[in-house]
Ligand binder design. Structure first.
Ligand SMILES: Cc1cc2nc3c(=O)[nH]c(=O)nc-3n(C[C@H](O)[C@H](O)[C@H](O)COP(=O)(O)OP(=O)(O)OC[C@H]3O[C@@H](n4cnc5c(N)ncnc54)[C@H](O)[C@@H]3O)c2cc1C
Length: 232
């Protein structure tokens, strides 16, 4: 434990004998993992707890949080696939390419994306181990909750639990009949004609790659605090 580093840390992590861990991080996304590794590199005894509550449709995934499993990483791979399709379908003719009928295999795309994600899940688990961060795949509840599954104490606790897609409660059938970005990247069958509800970057990016790789997409969002809906 480096003396200079002790001084940089408010109160230091050194005199924490009465706790199981100096630092407990709840959430194994990019935020939680970076913080856990940094604290361990500064000499702290660190525990990281991560657990994925399945999506409405039962989709689950491994370590790495939203970004790796159902966010930035699969989104970029699917965007890349969509971009290739657009190049072939829309742009290649005037540049002299003569292509036969172009078909897209959704199943192959999902397999490629999921294999890449699994390799990252593995490397993150190894990375935590080599950084000397103890990792437990469990849901964390603060003390007092009777459903608590892990009983540890920590001097400092970081809550880095991220967030999940929100399905409006007041739209009948939405929970049972719709999927979210938590499901799209591992969907077994191409979704076909899709209505994408929302106008954030997540909605727009999903609409973009679905339109190129699968079938036509309609985008629906509210303008001016729910006064009317626009469909493109
Ligand atoms: C489709 C999509 C595309 C995106 N594209 C980009 C992009 O291109 N660039 C970019 O910068 N960002 C992008 N993002 C956003 C990015 O994924 C998030 O900003 C980032 O993952 C947030 O990291 P985090 O560590 O705060 O939380 P998260 O990554 O959400 O991780 C939190 C973790 O905590 C776990 N957890 C929650 N509650 C508990 C509990 N009680 N006990 C234990 N564990 C718990 C969760 O299951 C999760 O594993 C995208 C997001 C989506 C959905």
């Amino acid at each position: 434990f480096n003396e200079n580093k002790t001084n940089q840390l408010n109160n230091g992590f050194a005199n924490t004998c009465s706790y199981d861990y100096d630092y407990i991080v709840i959430g194994g996304g990019p935020g939680g993992m970076a913080s856990a590794k940094e604290a361990a590199a500064n000499g702290a005894k660190v525990l990281l707890l991560d657990f994925v509550k399945p999506s409405n449709q039962g989709t689950k995934w491994g370590l790495g949080g939203t970004c790796v499993n159902v966010g930035c990483v699969p989104k970029k791979l699917m965007h890349y696939a969509g971009h290739m399709g657009s190049l072939f379908k829309l742009d290649s003719g005037p540049y002299g390419w003569e292509l036969g009928q172009i078909k897209h295999d959704w199943d192959k795309l999902v397999n490629t994306v999921q294999s890449h994600i699994h390799s990252l899940n593995f490397s993150y688990t190894v990375g935590l181990r080599s950084s000397k961060v103890k990792y437990i795949n469990v849901t964390y509840y603060l003390k007092g909750d009777k459903t608590k599954e892990v009983d540890v104490t920590g001097k400092y606790i970081l809550i880095a639990t991220g967030c999940r897609p929100n399905i409006p409660e007041d739209v009948e059938g939405a929970k049972e009949l719709s999927i979210t970005s938590d499901d799209i990247f591992s969907l077994k069958k191409a979704p076909g004609k899709t209505l994408v509800v929302g106008a954030s970057y997540v909605a727009l990016e999903c609409a973009g790659f679905l339109n190129s790789c699968s079938s036509p997409v309609r985008l629906c969002f509210y303008i001016c605090t729910l006064t009317y809906t626009t469909i493109y």
